[in-house]
Design a protein around this ligand. Structure first.
Ligand code: AGP
Length: 620
């Protein structure tokens, strides 16, 4: 996700801002920029695509004077990663500059209103709309910067952490947040703002964590005491007393949000990242899903004779779950292909095929090649990706971004649940449009989707217990993971998580397949993880567990809260809340992510960068 940094005080701002951007690089980004008000009251904005070092090279011979400035690393959500879309964004008069982390859902409506007032736009971003709205408010209401920001934010729907400068008020920096984090650092005759404390910690340990819908005005004019230059109020103008806290975390801990590894941080981010990935796509009444990539290409899906899903690794597991949902809801035949096989086996591809390509990075070579092959045969390409402007979305005809922010841990977790969510929303859209799923079922699933983030939070509350019993399994050389229906792909995903970070061999299997060979492997030395929520062919899974127990196998079962059958026969039980069958993977995968993580940690493995693995396999 984007990173923001700001400074106002007694020192040159530029070096502090650039160092702050470097501190935020761990968040992942694709462009960077800085805005400074120099001693002559000029507002200079410098931006560059790529790394912060590119920005430094670009600004090396520019005027970087000034004791007040803001800076930004952009993780693209609206608009390609390029210099035009990079932040900071000027207002039309170039009196204002803004940086923003978040998504403004109603930016299109706001933009249309400003265009009717004669405003023009240079970028595709939602952020530029906000700075124009602030300027419009300033001019029409004749108010100061902070009041204009408050009034403008009252019209905004979405998430934001912003900082705004006005060259006509060079001793004032205004910031605000809702849904995206914002921290104020308090120094000696100087203030800092940032997305988190990592750019601040080396200057001060006194911070204020800004709350949702709060606007902060920082000024050094006539500041005599440390909090005199701080003015905090809500966007509705209610004054707030600053609550100054002390930072206790180290820099490294701060980058991981206080977690020991990025992977654990990303596992725990899932309630928020799923909320982000559904934001603006499920309406407030939770009775309709709007995926623009589907809406704009409805006929391609409705007339499709077949949907081919192509992906690798964890993304392939998400695709396998989508097969169950699309065939159940939309009754369109689905084939799920490993991209590496699909691209070479001379597949039959027709013009009325729809190919859904799934990739977190958007750069996986095999998936890119599979897309090129399908395109050459005239198929329609729809991609599900997490990186805006990556190669795969760029060569696709349409698609849907997952918007979960950068996934740093090599083992994919939050991207997987967001992929499953996006694919389920796509299946629901097709099914409803085709009339092949009942309105009641559609509404039930859409409403339940809205409950999933909270239900994931409830599963995460079992982390300590899972960590505790994970210790008893580090002896194992082999695991088997079993599931049926929607949870057969979850079994495969759980096995992949374990093997890629703990280096323990693990296989995912359809539970019924045990009788066709793997049951010969059952022994006390090989733990069996069974994904057994109370839905679908639950009774059959129970029989499979009994077959394993009869042969002295040790079973870890993932069950629905209140399960009384499996809980009596399994050795270890982890409960997940009840939900719609098609949504159970979003809950049952969480304990498997945690189990793999904790076993790997106890084994002393490099969880975030496992041996031999890369986050994005850009070679075949
Ligand atoms: C999953 O934990 C692995 N990192 C790997 O299997 C990954 O899912 C695969 O390489 C596909 O990557 P992509 O989603 O970026 O295309």
């Amino acid at each position: 996700m984007c990173g923001i940094v700001g400074y106002i005080g007694k020192r040159k701002a530029y070096p502090i801002l650039i160092k702050g951007l470097h501190r935020l690089e761990y968040r992942g980004y694709d462009s960077a920029g800085v805005a400074l008000i120099n001693g002559q009251g000029q507002l200079n904005v410098y931006k560059a695509k790529g790394k912060v070092s590119e920005l430094e090279a670009y600004a090396a011979d520019k005027d970087t004077d000034g004791c007040i400035g803001i800076a930004h690393t952009r993780w693209a959500t609206h608009g390609e990663p390029n210099t035009v879309n990079a932040h900071p964004h000027y207002s039309e008069s170039e009196n204002l500059a803004i940086i923003h982390n978040g998504i403004i859902e109603n930016y299109a409506v706001l933009k249309a209103g400003l265009q009717q007032e004669g405003y023009t736009f240079k970028s595709e971003t939602d952020t530029e709309v906000l700075v124009q709205l602030i300027e419009y408010t300033q001019l029409n209401r004749q108010v100061d910067l902070k009041t204009a920001v408050q009034l403008a934010l009252q019209q905004v729907i979405g998430a934001y952490a912003i900082a705004v400068l006005d060259k006509r008020q060079p001793d004032t920096l205004v910031a605000a947040r809702k849904g995206s984090p914002l921290v104020v650092g308090i120094g000696e005759e100087e203030y800092f703002i940032a997305s988190d404390a990592t750019p601040i910690v080396e200057y001060t340990d006194k911070v204020i964590y800004v709350e949702d819908e709060e606007v902060v005005k920082l000024s050094t004019k006539g500041q005599s005491t440390e909090d005199e230059g701080i003015d905090i109020s809500t966007i509705n103008g209610v004054e707030k007393t600053p609550e100054i806290k002390r930072l206790e975390l180290s820099l490294s801990q701060l980058e991981k949000g206080g977690y020991p590894h990025f992977m654990l941080k990303e596992i725990f981010e899932q309630p928020r990242t799923l909320t982000d990935s559904m934001r603006g796509r499920i309406n407030v009444r939770q009775d309709n899903i709007a995926l623009s990539g589907f809406i704009d290409n409805k006929d391609r899906f409705l007339n499709a004779k077949r949907i081919i899903i192509t992906a690798c690794g964890t993304s392939w597991h998400a695709g396998l779950i989508a097969m169950y949902a699309i065939e159940e809801f939309a009754q369109i035949p689905v084939e799920v292909e490993y991209s590496s096989e699909f691209r070479y086996r001379k597949p039959v591809i027709n013009k009325d095929d729809v190919v859904v390509a799934i990739s977190q990075s958007g750069e996986t070579a095999d998936t890119l090649a599979a897309i090129q092959l399908a395109k050459s045969k005239g198929a329609f390409i729809f991609s599900i990706c997490n990186v805006v402007g990556a190669s795969i979305p760029r060569v696709s005809d349409s698609g849907c971004y997952t918007h979960v922010g950068p996934e740093i841990g090599v083992a994919s977790t939050k991207a997987f649940t967001a992929q499953v969510t996006a694919l389920t929303m796509l299946a629901l859209c097709i099914g409803r449009e085709k009339g092949t799923m009942s309105e009641d079922h559609y509404l039930a699933v859409v409403r339940e989707l809205g409950q999933i983030p909270d239900k994931i939070s409830r599963v995460l509350e079992q982390d300590a217990r899972i960590a505790d019993f994970a210790k008893t399994f580090t002896y194992a050389q082999n695991f088997i993971y079993l599931g049926r229906g929607y949870n057969y792909p979850v079994a495969m995903e759980g096995a992949l998580k374990l093997k890629e970070i703990s280096y323990i061999h693990a296989e995912g299997y359809p539970a019924a397949e045990m009788k066709h060979g793997p049951i010969a492997l059952i022994s006390q030395e090989m733990p069996v993880v069974v994904v057994a929520p109370r839905c679908g062919t639950y009774e059959k899974v129970v029989s499979n567990i009994q077959e394993i127990k009869a042969r002295k196998g040790r079973v870890i079962a993932i069950v629905t809260e209140g399960d009384e059958l499996v809980s009596k026969i399994a050795d270890y039980v982890i409960e997940v809340p009840e939900t719609e069958e098609c949504l159970t993977p979003l809950l049952t995968v969480i304990p498997l992510q945690l189990l793999a993580y904790h076993i790997a940690v106890v084994k002393g493995c490099d969880v975030d960068q496992p041996r031999n693995l890369a986050k994005s396999v850009t070679v075949e």
